[in-house]
Design a binder for this molecule. Structure first.
Ligand code: ADP
Ligand code: GLC
Length: 502
Protein backbone atom coordinates (compact mmCIF):
# COMPACT_ATOMS: atom_id res chain seq x y z
CA UNK A 1 0.00 0.00 0.00
CA UNK A 2 1.45 3.36 -1.09
CA UNK A 3 0.42 6.26 1.13
CA UNK A 4 1.07 9.95 0.57
CA UNK A 5 1.00 11.71 3.94
CA UNK A 6 0.42 15.47 3.64
CA UNK A 7 1.32 17.68 6.58
CA UNK A 8 2.73 21.14 7.12
CA UNK A 9 4.68 20.51 10.33
CA UNK A 10 7.25 17.86 11.19
CA UNK A 11 9.24 17.49 14.39
CA UNK A 12 12.14 18.30 14.88
CA UNK A 13 12.28 20.67 11.89
CA UNK A 14 9.10 22.72 12.26
CA UNK A 15 6.58 22.54 15.07
CA UNK A 16 3.78 24.71 16.42
CA UNK A 17 1.98 21.92 18.28
CA UNK A 18 1.10 18.25 18.43
CA UNK A 19 0.64 17.92 14.64
CA UNK A 20 4.43 18.00 14.26
CA UNK A 21 4.83 15.18 16.79
CA UNK A 22 2.18 13.10 15.02
CA UNK A 23 3.74 13.65 11.58
CA UNK A 24 7.06 12.46 13.01
CA UNK A 25 5.55 9.47 14.83
CA UNK A 26 2.89 7.89 12.63
CA UNK A 27 4.60 7.59 9.20
CA UNK A 28 7.60 5.58 10.52
CA UNK A 29 5.24 3.29 12.44
CA UNK A 30 3.27 2.69 9.22
CA UNK A 31 6.57 2.06 7.46
CA UNK A 32 7.50 -0.52 10.12
CA UNK A 33 4.23 -2.32 9.33
CA UNK A 34 5.18 -2.55 5.66
CA UNK A 35 3.36 0.50 4.33
CA UNK A 36 5.19 2.49 1.64
CA UNK A 37 4.75 6.03 3.01
CA UNK A 38 6.00 9.29 1.55
CA UNK A 39 5.45 12.73 3.00
CA UNK A 40 4.39 15.86 1.13
CA UNK A 41 5.52 19.08 2.82
CA UNK A 42 5.49 22.74 1.79
CA UNK A 43 9.15 23.69 1.20
CA UNK A 44 9.50 25.92 4.27
CA UNK A 45 13.11 26.96 5.00
CA UNK A 46 13.16 24.56 7.97
CA UNK A 47 12.84 21.72 5.44
CA UNK A 48 14.83 23.07 2.47
CA UNK A 49 17.80 23.81 4.74
CA UNK A 50 17.90 20.17 5.83
CA UNK A 51 16.75 18.13 2.86
CA UNK A 52 19.28 15.82 1.21
CA UNK A 53 19.60 13.80 -1.99
CA UNK A 54 16.87 15.60 -3.87
CA UNK A 55 15.51 14.63 -7.27
CA UNK A 56 13.38 17.03 -9.29
CA UNK A 57 9.99 15.45 -9.92
CA UNK A 58 7.85 17.90 -11.87
CA UNK A 59 6.80 21.44 -12.52
CA UNK A 60 3.26 22.00 -11.24
CA UNK A 61 2.61 24.35 -14.17
CA UNK A 62 2.56 21.25 -16.38
CA UNK A 63 -0.15 19.49 -14.36
CA UNK A 64 -3.40 19.66 -16.31
CA UNK A 65 -6.90 19.63 -14.82
CA UNK A 66 -9.37 17.78 -17.06
CA UNK A 67 -12.17 20.17 -16.11
CA UNK A 68 -10.25 22.98 -17.79
CA UNK A 69 -9.11 25.07 -14.83
CA UNK A 70 -6.13 24.89 -12.50
CA UNK A 71 -5.19 26.93 -9.45
CA UNK A 72 -3.44 30.19 -10.22
CA UNK A 73 0.03 29.66 -8.82
CA UNK A 74 3.40 31.32 -8.90
CA UNK A 75 6.37 29.14 -9.96
CA UNK A 76 6.01 25.80 -8.15
CA UNK A 77 7.89 22.55 -8.52
CA UNK A 78 7.89 19.27 -6.65
CA UNK A 79 11.06 17.45 -5.67
CA UNK A 80 11.75 14.28 -3.72
CA UNK A 81 14.37 14.04 -1.01
CA UNK A 82 15.18 12.74 2.44
CA UNK A 83 15.33 14.55 5.74
CA UNK A 84 17.93 13.52 8.31
CA UNK A 85 16.51 10.99 10.78
CA UNK A 86 13.23 10.66 8.85
CA UNK A 87 12.61 7.14 7.55
CA UNK A 88 10.06 8.07 4.90
CA UNK A 89 11.09 10.02 1.77
CA UNK A 90 9.58 13.48 1.47
CA UNK A 91 8.19 15.37 -1.50
CA UNK A 92 8.72 19.10 -1.10
CA UNK A 93 6.43 21.59 -2.78
CA UNK A 94 8.91 24.25 -3.73
CA UNK A 95 7.22 27.57 -4.42
CA UNK A 96 9.60 30.22 -3.02
CA UNK A 97 7.07 33.01 -3.35
CA UNK A 98 4.69 31.05 -1.11
CA UNK A 99 6.84 29.20 1.38
CA UNK A 100 10.31 30.69 1.54
CA UNK A 101 9.59 32.58 4.76
CA UNK A 102 11.18 31.87 8.13
CA UNK A 103 9.27 31.48 11.39
CA UNK A 104 5.74 30.30 11.98
CA UNK A 105 4.28 28.44 8.98
CA UNK A 106 0.88 30.12 9.21
CA UNK A 107 1.48 33.52 10.81
CA UNK A 108 3.59 36.52 9.84
CA UNK A 109 5.87 38.35 12.29
CA UNK A 110 2.88 40.52 13.32
CA UNK A 111 1.14 37.40 14.66
CA UNK A 112 -1.57 37.59 11.98
CA UNK A 113 -2.30 34.97 9.30
CA UNK A 114 -0.21 35.45 6.15
CA UNK A 115 -2.54 37.27 3.76
CA UNK A 116 -1.93 34.70 1.00
CA UNK A 117 -2.59 31.62 3.15
CA UNK A 118 -5.43 30.55 0.84
CA UNK A 119 -3.14 30.46 -2.16
CA UNK A 120 -0.30 28.84 -0.20
CA UNK A 121 -2.37 25.94 1.03
CA UNK A 122 -4.43 25.60 -2.15
CA UNK A 123 -1.06 24.96 -3.81
CA UNK A 124 -0.31 22.26 -1.23
CA UNK A 125 -3.70 20.64 -1.81
CA UNK A 126 -3.24 20.77 -5.56
CA UNK A 127 0.26 19.24 -5.39
CA UNK A 128 -1.16 16.36 -3.31
CA UNK A 129 -3.95 15.69 -5.79
CA UNK A 130 -1.51 15.86 -8.74
CA UNK A 131 0.80 13.31 -7.08
CA UNK A 132 -2.32 11.13 -6.94
CA UNK A 133 -2.62 11.54 -10.72
CA UNK A 134 0.94 10.38 -11.43
CA UNK A 135 2.87 13.66 -11.20
CA UNK A 136 5.73 11.37 -10.18
CA UNK A 137 5.28 8.47 -12.61
CA UNK A 138 7.69 6.38 -10.49
CA UNK A 139 5.40 6.43 -7.46
CA UNK A 140 1.64 6.85 -7.49
CA UNK A 141 -0.14 6.61 -4.11
CA UNK A 142 -3.09 4.29 -3.41
CA UNK A 143 -4.19 6.51 -0.52
CA UNK A 144 -3.64 10.18 0.27
CA UNK A 145 -3.74 10.95 3.98
CA UNK A 146 -4.37 14.67 4.55
CA UNK A 147 -3.88 16.39 7.90
CA UNK A 148 -5.74 19.46 9.14
CA UNK A 149 -7.19 22.26 7.04
CA UNK A 150 -3.83 22.97 5.40
CA UNK A 151 -4.31 19.87 3.26
CA UNK A 152 -8.08 20.26 3.09
CA UNK A 153 -8.38 21.04 -0.64
CA UNK A 154 -6.73 17.78 -1.75
CA UNK A 155 -9.93 15.74 -1.23
CA UNK A 156 -11.92 18.26 -3.34
CA UNK A 157 -9.40 18.14 -6.19
CA UNK A 158 -9.26 14.34 -6.02
CA UNK A 159 -13.06 14.27 -6.12
CA UNK A 160 -13.04 16.54 -9.17
CA UNK A 161 -10.57 14.25 -10.95
CA UNK A 162 -12.75 11.28 -10.08
CA UNK A 163 -15.86 13.04 -11.37
CA UNK A 164 -14.21 13.40 -14.76
CA UNK A 165 -13.56 9.65 -14.86
CA UNK A 166 -9.90 9.63 -13.78
CA UNK A 167 -8.80 6.78 -11.54
CA UNK A 168 -7.77 8.30 -8.21
CA UNK A 169 -6.35 7.28 -4.86
CA UNK A 170 -8.65 7.05 -1.84
CA UNK A 171 -8.53 10.04 0.51
CA UNK A 172 -8.34 10.00 4.30
CA UNK A 173 -8.53 13.23 6.24
CA UNK A 174 -7.49 13.61 9.87
CA UNK A 175 -8.93 16.40 12.01
CA UNK A 176 -6.36 17.42 14.59
CA UNK A 177 -8.37 20.44 15.59
CA UNK A 178 -11.80 21.41 14.26
CA UNK A 179 -11.39 24.95 15.62
CA UNK A 180 -8.90 25.87 12.89
CA UNK A 181 -10.81 25.66 9.64
CA UNK A 182 -8.99 27.61 6.93
CA UNK A 183 -11.88 29.98 6.24
CA UNK A 184 -11.44 32.50 3.42
CA UNK A 185 -13.49 35.05 1.53
CA UNK A 186 -15.57 33.43 -1.23
CA UNK A 187 -13.76 35.69 -3.74
CA UNK A 188 -10.66 33.57 -3.20
CA UNK A 189 -12.45 30.44 -4.40
CA UNK A 190 -12.11 31.36 -8.08
CA UNK A 191 -8.31 31.27 -7.69
CA UNK A 192 -8.28 27.64 -6.57
CA UNK A 193 -9.19 26.17 -9.96
CA UNK A 194 -12.01 23.96 -8.75
CA UNK A 195 -15.15 23.55 -10.90
CA UNK A 196 -17.71 26.26 -10.00
CA UNK A 197 -20.18 23.75 -8.56
CA UNK A 198 -17.68 22.94 -5.77
CA UNK A 199 -18.67 26.22 -4.15
CA UNK A 200 -22.13 25.67 -2.69
CA UNK A 201 -23.91 24.18 0.27
CA UNK A 202 -22.75 20.70 -0.77
CA UNK A 203 -19.28 21.99 -1.43
CA UNK A 204 -16.90 24.37 0.30
CA UNK A 205 -19.36 27.13 1.10
CA UNK A 206 -19.60 27.89 4.83
CA UNK A 207 -21.82 30.82 5.77
CA UNK A 208 -20.81 32.71 2.64
CA UNK A 209 -17.12 31.91 3.02
CA UNK A 210 -14.98 29.20 1.45
CA UNK A 211 -13.74 26.62 3.94
CA UNK A 212 -10.80 24.24 3.52
CA UNK A 213 -12.04 22.19 6.46
CA UNK A 214 -15.49 21.81 4.92
CA UNK A 215 -13.87 20.75 1.66
CA UNK A 216 -12.10 17.97 3.52
CA UNK A 217 -15.16 16.84 5.45
CA UNK A 218 -17.35 16.92 2.37
CA UNK A 219 -15.08 15.12 -0.09
CA UNK A 220 -12.79 12.74 1.84
CA UNK A 221 -13.50 9.04 1.59
CA UNK A 222 -12.72 8.60 5.28
CA UNK A 223 -12.54 11.12 8.14
CA UNK A 224 -10.61 10.43 11.29
CA UNK A 225 -9.79 12.35 14.37
CA UNK A 226 -7.23 11.76 17.06
CA UNK A 227 -9.25 10.15 19.85
CA UNK A 228 -12.47 8.13 20.06
CA UNK A 229 -14.14 10.60 22.43
CA UNK A 230 -13.38 13.63 20.21
CA UNK A 231 -14.80 11.63 17.26
CA UNK A 232 -18.11 11.48 19.14
CA UNK A 233 -17.94 15.05 20.47
CA UNK A 234 -17.54 16.67 17.05
CA UNK A 235 -20.89 15.20 16.02
CA UNK A 236 -22.53 17.47 18.60
CA UNK A 237 -23.28 21.16 18.44
CA UNK A 238 -21.07 22.31 21.34
CA UNK A 239 -17.95 20.76 19.78
CA UNK A 240 -18.83 20.88 16.08
CA UNK A 241 -17.78 24.48 15.30
CA UNK A 242 -20.69 24.70 12.86
CA UNK A 243 -19.69 21.52 11.04
CA UNK A 244 -21.42 18.98 13.29
CA UNK A 245 -24.39 18.73 10.90
CA UNK A 246 -22.16 17.72 8.00
CA UNK A 247 -20.19 15.36 10.25
CA UNK A 248 -23.44 13.71 11.38
CA UNK A 249 -24.41 13.18 7.73
CA UNK A 250 -21.05 11.49 7.18
CA UNK A 251 -20.90 9.67 10.49
CA UNK A 252 -20.52 6.29 8.72
CA UNK A 253 -17.03 7.33 7.57
CA UNK A 254 -15.93 9.10 10.79
CA UNK A 255 -13.72 7.35 13.34
CA UNK A 256 -11.33 8.19 16.16
CA UNK A 257 -7.84 6.74 16.41
CA UNK A 258 -5.86 7.69 19.50
CA UNK A 259 -2.46 9.28 18.89
CA UNK A 260 0.66 7.53 20.09
CA UNK A 261 3.87 8.70 21.71
CA UNK A 262 7.36 8.51 20.30
CA UNK A 263 9.10 6.90 23.27
CA UNK A 264 12.50 7.42 21.66
CA UNK A 265 12.01 11.13 22.27
CA UNK A 266 9.77 11.12 25.32
CA UNK A 267 11.50 8.70 27.67
CA UNK A 268 13.07 9.88 30.95
CA UNK A 269 15.40 6.86 30.87
CA UNK A 270 17.20 8.12 27.77
CA UNK A 271 16.17 11.80 27.42
CA UNK A 272 19.34 13.75 26.56
CA UNK A 273 17.65 16.97 27.69
CA UNK A 274 17.54 15.80 31.35
CA UNK A 275 20.44 16.31 33.77
CA UNK A 276 19.91 12.86 35.24
CA UNK A 277 17.93 10.06 33.64
CA UNK A 278 15.35 8.08 35.57
CA UNK A 279 12.83 5.34 34.99
CA UNK A 280 10.13 3.38 36.74
CA UNK A 281 12.71 1.48 38.85
CA UNK A 282 15.04 4.43 39.50
CA UNK A 283 12.94 7.41 40.50
CA UNK A 284 15.77 9.32 42.25
CA UNK A 285 16.54 11.21 39.02
CA UNK A 286 13.06 12.72 39.17
CA UNK A 287 14.03 14.47 42.41
CA UNK A 288 17.03 15.95 40.60
CA UNK A 289 14.72 17.08 37.78
CA UNK A 290 12.46 18.76 40.33
CA UNK A 291 15.37 20.67 41.89
CA UNK A 292 16.60 21.71 38.45
CA UNK A 293 13.12 22.94 37.50
CA UNK A 294 12.77 24.92 40.74
CA UNK A 295 16.14 26.56 40.04
CA UNK A 296 15.46 27.35 36.40
CA UNK A 297 11.97 28.74 37.07
CA UNK A 298 12.98 30.81 40.10
CA UNK A 299 10.90 28.65 42.45
CA UNK A 300 11.81 28.08 46.10
CA UNK A 301 13.88 24.95 46.45
CA UNK A 302 11.40 22.83 48.41
CA UNK A 303 11.28 19.06 47.73
CA UNK A 304 7.91 18.79 49.51
CA UNK A 305 6.16 21.41 47.32
CA UNK A 306 3.66 19.86 44.90
CA UNK A 307 4.55 21.35 41.49
CA UNK A 308 1.84 21.77 38.88
CA UNK A 309 3.53 21.99 35.47
CA UNK A 310 2.05 23.43 32.28
CA UNK A 311 3.51 23.09 28.76
CA UNK A 312 1.00 24.57 26.41
CA UNK A 313 -0.08 26.92 23.69
CA UNK A 314 -1.74 29.76 25.60
CA UNK A 315 -5.14 29.82 23.91
CA UNK A 316 -8.77 29.59 25.00
CA UNK A 317 -8.78 25.93 23.94
CA UNK A 318 -6.46 24.98 26.77
CA UNK A 319 -8.72 26.24 29.60
CA UNK A 320 -5.79 28.02 31.23
CA UNK A 321 -7.88 31.09 32.05
CA UNK A 322 -8.97 29.05 35.08
CA UNK A 323 -5.46 28.80 36.48
CA UNK A 324 -5.07 32.40 37.75
CA UNK A 325 -8.32 31.93 39.71
CA UNK A 326 -6.87 29.04 41.73
CA UNK A 327 -3.31 30.24 42.24
CA UNK A 328 -4.00 31.71 45.69
CA UNK A 329 -5.20 28.26 46.87
CA UNK A 330 -2.25 26.45 45.31
CA UNK A 331 0.19 28.78 47.05
CA UNK A 332 -1.74 28.65 50.37
CA UNK A 333 -1.47 24.85 50.31
CA UNK A 334 2.26 25.02 49.76
CA UNK A 335 2.15 24.18 46.07
CA UNK A 336 4.01 25.71 43.15
CA UNK A 337 3.33 26.28 39.46
CA UNK A 338 5.83 26.01 36.58
CA UNK A 339 4.37 27.25 33.31
CA UNK A 340 5.96 27.21 29.86
CA UNK A 341 3.93 28.57 26.98
CA UNK A 342 3.32 31.15 24.35
CA UNK A 343 0.19 32.44 22.68
CA UNK A 344 -2.61 34.92 23.29
CA UNK A 345 -1.36 38.26 24.62
CA UNK A 346 -3.89 38.51 27.45
CA UNK A 347 -2.96 35.10 28.84
CA UNK A 348 0.75 35.94 28.54
CA UNK A 349 0.19 39.14 30.52
CA UNK A 350 -1.94 37.37 33.11
CA UNK A 351 0.75 34.78 33.79
CA UNK A 352 3.56 37.31 33.89
CA UNK A 353 1.57 39.25 36.50
CA UNK A 354 0.89 36.03 38.44
CA UNK A 355 4.61 35.24 38.58
CA UNK A 356 5.26 38.74 39.95
CA UNK A 357 2.49 38.37 42.55
CA UNK A 358 3.74 35.00 43.83
CA UNK A 359 7.53 35.15 43.58
CA UNK A 360 9.20 31.84 44.33
CA UNK A 361 5.88 29.99 44.05
CA UNK A 362 4.76 30.65 40.47
CA UNK A 363 7.40 30.41 37.75
CA UNK A 364 6.51 31.46 34.20
CA UNK A 365 8.54 31.14 31.05
CA UNK A 366 7.03 32.68 27.92
CA UNK A 367 8.26 31.24 24.64
CA UNK A 368 8.68 28.02 22.75
CA UNK A 369 11.53 25.91 24.10
CA UNK A 370 11.86 22.20 23.45
CA UNK A 371 14.44 21.57 26.21
CA UNK A 372 12.38 23.50 28.76
CA UNK A 373 9.29 21.47 27.78
CA UNK A 374 11.09 18.21 28.67
CA UNK A 375 12.35 19.71 31.93
CA UNK A 376 8.93 20.98 33.00
CA UNK A 377 7.38 17.60 32.27
CA UNK A 378 10.13 15.77 34.17
CA UNK A 379 10.47 18.16 37.12
CA UNK A 380 6.78 18.68 37.92
CA UNK A 381 4.67 16.36 40.05
CA UNK A 382 1.45 17.03 38.15
CA UNK A 383 0.93 18.12 34.54
CA UNK A 384 -2.10 20.36 34.22
CA UNK A 385 -4.30 20.16 31.09
CA UNK A 386 -7.67 21.77 31.95
CA UNK A 387 -8.75 22.12 28.29
CA UNK A 388 -12.10 23.43 27.11
CA UNK A 389 -11.75 20.87 24.32
CA UNK A 390 -8.89 18.58 23.39
CA UNK A 391 -8.84 16.44 20.25
CA UNK A 392 -6.18 14.20 21.78
CA UNK A 393 -3.55 16.04 23.79
CA UNK A 394 -0.01 14.77 24.02
CA UNK A 395 1.41 16.45 27.12
CA UNK A 396 -0.72 14.30 29.45
CA UNK A 397 0.72 11.21 27.71
CA UNK A 398 4.25 12.58 28.11
CA UNK A 399 3.44 13.32 31.77
CA UNK A 400 2.39 9.72 32.34
CA UNK A 401 5.72 8.42 31.03
CA UNK A 402 7.67 10.96 33.11
CA UNK A 403 5.93 9.99 36.37
CA UNK A 404 4.08 13.31 36.38
CA UNK A 405 0.44 12.66 37.16
CA UNK A 406 -1.94 14.34 34.69
CA UNK A 407 -4.70 16.54 36.05
CA UNK A 408 -7.11 16.99 33.15
CA UNK A 409 -10.64 17.94 32.18
CA UNK A 410 -12.90 15.09 31.04
CA UNK A 411 -12.96 15.98 27.32
CA UNK A 412 -11.69 14.45 24.07
CA UNK A 413 -8.46 12.52 24.24
CA UNK A 414 -7.89 13.56 27.86
CA UNK A 415 -10.96 11.52 28.86
CA UNK A 416 -9.62 8.57 26.87
CA UNK A 417 -6.15 8.52 28.40
CA UNK A 418 -6.35 9.47 32.08
CA UNK A 419 -8.12 7.37 34.72
CA UNK A 420 -9.33 9.44 37.66
CA UNK A 421 -8.14 8.71 41.20
CA UNK A 422 -11.61 7.88 42.49
CA UNK A 423 -11.75 5.48 45.46
CA UNK A 424 -13.10 2.79 43.07
CA UNK A 425 -10.33 3.22 40.49
CA UNK A 426 -7.69 3.33 43.21
CA UNK A 427 -9.05 0.11 44.70
CA UNK A 428 -9.18 -1.48 41.24
CA UNK A 429 -5.57 -0.45 40.57
CA UNK A 430 -6.39 1.54 37.42
CA UNK A 431 -6.09 5.18 38.58
CA UNK A 432 -3.43 7.25 36.79
CA UNK A 433 -4.33 10.91 37.43
CA UNK A 434 -7.05 13.42 38.26
CA UNK A 435 -10.04 14.20 36.08
CA UNK A 436 -12.61 16.97 36.57
CA UNK A 437 -15.79 17.79 34.68
CA UNK A 438 -16.97 21.40 34.59
CA UNK A 439 -14.81 24.11 33.04
CA UNK A 440 -14.90 26.09 36.28
CA UNK A 441 -12.33 27.22 38.81
CA UNK A 442 -14.17 25.38 41.56
CA UNK A 443 -14.01 21.99 39.77
CA UNK A 444 -10.35 22.56 38.97
CA UNK A 445 -9.69 23.56 42.57
CA UNK A 446 -11.28 20.45 44.01
CA UNK A 447 -9.26 18.22 41.65
CA UNK A 448 -6.14 20.05 42.83
CA UNK A 449 -7.12 19.44 46.45
CA UNK A 450 -7.38 15.75 45.71
CA UNK A 451 -3.88 15.88 44.25
CA UNK A 452 -2.54 17.61 47.40
CA UNK A 453 -4.12 14.95 49.62
CA UNK A 454 -2.78 12.02 47.62
CA UNK A 455 0.68 13.56 47.35
CA UNK A 456 1.11 13.12 51.11
CA UNK A 457 0.55 9.35 50.88
CA UNK A 458 2.76 6.44 49.76
CA UNK A 459 0.10 5.62 47.16
CA UNK A 460 1.39 8.53 45.03
CA UNK A 461 4.41 6.50 43.97
CA UNK A 462 2.25 3.48 43.13
CA UNK A 463 0.12 5.59 40.80
CA UNK A 464 3.18 7.29 39.38
CA UNK A 465 4.76 3.94 38.48
CA UNK A 466 1.50 2.64 36.99
CA UNK A 467 1.38 5.62 34.62
CA UNK A 468 5.03 5.21 33.69
CA UNK A 469 4.41 1.63 32.58
CA UNK A 470 1.55 2.50 30.21
CA UNK A 471 2.19 2.23 26.48
CA UNK A 472 0.54 4.57 23.99
CA UNK A 473 2.72 3.44 21.13
CA UNK A 474 2.42 4.46 17.51
CA UNK A 475 2.40 0.88 16.25
CA UNK A 476 -1.06 0.30 17.75
CA UNK A 477 -2.36 3.48 16.07
CA UNK A 478 -0.62 2.60 12.80
CA UNK A 479 -2.44 -0.77 12.72
CA UNK A 480 -5.76 1.08 12.86
CA UNK A 481 -4.71 3.51 10.12
CA UNK A 482 -3.46 0.59 8.00
CA UNK A 483 -6.86 -1.13 8.26
CA UNK A 484 -8.61 2.13 7.42
CA UNK A 485 -6.43 2.70 4.33
CA UNK A 486 -7.20 -0.85 3.16
CA UNK A 487 -10.92 -0.37 3.63
CA UNK A 488 -10.97 3.03 1.88
CA UNK A 489 -8.93 1.66 -1.00
CA UNK A 490 -11.11 -1.45 -1.28
CA UNK A 491 -14.39 0.50 -1.31
CA UNK A 492 -13.01 2.72 -4.04
CA UNK A 493 -12.05 -0.22 -6.23
CA UNK A 494 -15.50 -1.74 -5.69
CA UNK A 495 -17.13 1.55 -6.77
CA UNK A 496 -14.92 1.61 -9.84
CA UNK A 497 -15.92 -1.85 -11.09
CA UNK A 498 -19.63 -1.30 -10.39
CA UNK A 499 -21.52 -0.96 -13.69
CA UNK A 500 -22.74 2.56 -14.49
CA UNK A 501 -26.20 3.37 -13.23
CA UNK A 502 -26.01 1.04 -10.18
P1 ADP B 1 -1.67 21.14 20.73
O1 ADP B 1 -1.25 20.43 19.49
O2 ADP B 1 -3.13 21.44 20.78
O3 ADP B 1 -0.86 22.35 21.02
P2 ADP B 1 -0.70 18.75 22.12
O4 ADP B 1 -0.76 18.39 23.56
O5 ADP B 1 -1.19 17.75 21.16
O6 ADP B 1 -1.45 20.15 21.98
O7 ADP B 1 0.79 19.02 21.67
C1 ADP B 1 1.54 20.07 22.12
C2 ADP B 1 2.99 19.81 21.76
O8 ADP B 1 3.67 21.05 21.74
C3 ADP B 1 3.72 18.95 22.78
O9 ADP B 1 4.77 18.26 22.13
C4 ADP B 1 4.27 19.99 23.76
O10 ADP B 1 5.39 19.52 24.46
C5 ADP B 1 4.64 21.09 22.79
N1 ADP B 1 4.63 22.45 23.33
C6 ADP B 1 3.56 23.22 23.61
N2 ADP B 1 3.93 24.43 24.05
C7 ADP B 1 5.28 24.42 24.04
C8 ADP B 1 6.27 25.39 24.39
N3 ADP B 1 5.95 26.60 24.82
N4 ADP B 1 7.57 25.04 24.24
C9 ADP B 1 7.91 23.80 23.81
N5 ADP B 1 7.02 22.86 23.47
C10 ADP B 1 5.73 23.16 23.59
C1 GLC C 1 -4.12 19.33 17.80
C2 GLC C 1 -4.92 19.15 19.05
C3 GLC C 1 -4.30 18.20 20.06
C4 GLC C 1 -3.73 16.98 19.38
C5 GLC C 1 -2.77 17.40 18.27
C6 GLC C 1 -2.16 16.21 17.54
O1 GLC C 1 -3.23 20.38 17.85
O2 GLC C 1 -5.23 20.39 19.67
O3 GLC C 1 -5.28 17.81 21.00
O4 GLC C 1 -3.04 16.18 20.33
O5 GLC C 1 -3.47 18.16 17.33
O6 GLC C 1 -3.13 15.37 16.97
Amino acid sequence: MKVLYICSELYPFLKTGGLADVSAGLPPALHALGCDVRLLLPAFPAFTENVQATRAVADLANAPAPWGKAPSLPAATVSLGTLPGVKCPAYLLDAPELFSRPGNPYLGPDGKDWSDNAQRFAALGWAGACLGQGLDPQWVPDVIHCNDWHAGLTPAYVHAFRATGCPTPATVFTIHNLAYQGLFSHHEFSQWGLPDEYFGIHGLEFFGHASFMKSALQFSDRITTVSPTYAREILTEPHGFGLDGLLRERTHVVSGILNGVDYQIWNPGTDPLLLQKYDVNRLAGKTTAKQALQNSMGLQSRPDALIFGVVSRLTEQKGLHLLPQVLADVVAMGGQVALLGEGDAWLVETFIEAAARYPGQVGVRIGYDEAAAHNVLAGSDVVLVPSAFEPCGLTQLYGLRYGTLPLVRRVGGLADTVVDCTPENRAAGTATGFVFDALTASDLRSAMHRAFNLFKTPEWKVIQRRGMRLQFDWIAAARHYGALYESAHRSLSLTRVAPKGD
